[in-house]
Design a protein around this ligand. Structure first.
Ligand SMILES: N[C@@H](CCC(=O)N[C@@H](CS)C(=O)NCC(=O)O)C(=O)O
Length: 253
């Protein structure tokens, strides 16, 4: 039955982790790439699928499946292909701890830094009236506040500093984990690696002081192992040429 994915771009953070899970499982899916800059994700048709107006959303047999980490779990359960959850309960627990950490801490910190860099540049050309009209289409107060703050560049330095601190802690945490096992949950490649990949793979480029060959050699070797995976190569190939990644790393959102 039909499988459809709505996303911003394959290498996006939240979009990418679900996109990569589908590729790893070998699921044939219809790709609906939304343009965040055109506010496609706030169009009524898309809000009917995901009332929060966020990506990604999977539609399977007519049912909308949302929220990245639970969607990855769903894909692993619902489709054939290599299992992406370890069979050992302790490794499975470790995998779920990574998911929790990415959703609650590391992921939002990275996204916040990206937002502060990118929203104003692409909203900046629009008049205040245009922006006010766009903001009216944002379905939740929380997201409306986030867009407005980014547009107006009123994110306090203390919040940005806290996000940078969390990224630094995350880099150290990755290095410590990967010094003891080849994959994040242990000996087996799992959803934990897929989940982290798109959040972390930008760091050597955009935060080279935190992630580099001297400071985090195990994390760098993990990135190489990830890049060697056919599914990751496919994801990159499907991204190349679609949009030019800006200097700021904007396309990581
Ligand atoms: N909890 C959601 C978070 C999704 C999310 O934050 N998506 C971002 C893109 S990475 C988004 O849709 N941003 C647009 C917006 O909030 O307006 C998930 O896990 O899927």
């Amino acid at each position: 039955m039909a499988v459809e994915l709505y996303f911003f771009q394959p290498l996006g953070t939240n979009s990418g982790r679900v996109y990569l899970t589908l590729l790893e499982k070998g699921v044939d899916f219809v790709r609906h790439e939304l343009d965040g800059r055109a506010f496609d994700h706030f169009q009524p048709d898309y809000l009917a699928i995901n009332p929060k107006g966020q990506v990604p959303s999977l539609v399977h047999d007519g049912r909308a499946i949302t929220e990245g980490a639970p969607t990855m779990d769903y894909i692993d359960d619902a489709f054939e292909g290599p299992p992406l959850k370890p069979s050992d309960p302790k490794a499975r627990w470790r995998m779920r701890c990574w998911a929790e950490y990415i959703d609650q801490d590391f992921g939002p910190a990275g996204m916040m830094l990206n937002w502060s860099n990118v929203v104003r540049p692409f909203m900046g050309e629009r008049s205040r009236d245009e922006v006010e009209a766009l903001l009216k289409r944002v379905p939740t107060d929380e997201r409306r506040r986030a867009w407005k703050r980014a547009y107006e560049r009123v994110v306090p330095e203390a919040e940005l500093a806290e996000s940078r601190r969390r990224n630094e802690v995350g880099a150290a945490r990755m290095e410590a984990a990967l010094a003891t096992s080849p994959w994040l949950a242990g000996d087996d490649y799992s959803l934990a690696d897929i989940n982290m990949f798109n959040f972390f793979s930008w760091m050597p480029r955009f935060q080279p002081d935190l992630v580099n060959a001297e400071k985090t050699p195990h994390a760098m070797a993990w990135l190489d192992r990830m890049e060697a995976r056919p599914a990751v190569q496919q994801m990159r190939a499907e991204t190349t040429g679609r949009r030019t990644p800006p200097q700021t790393g904007a396309e990581t959102t």
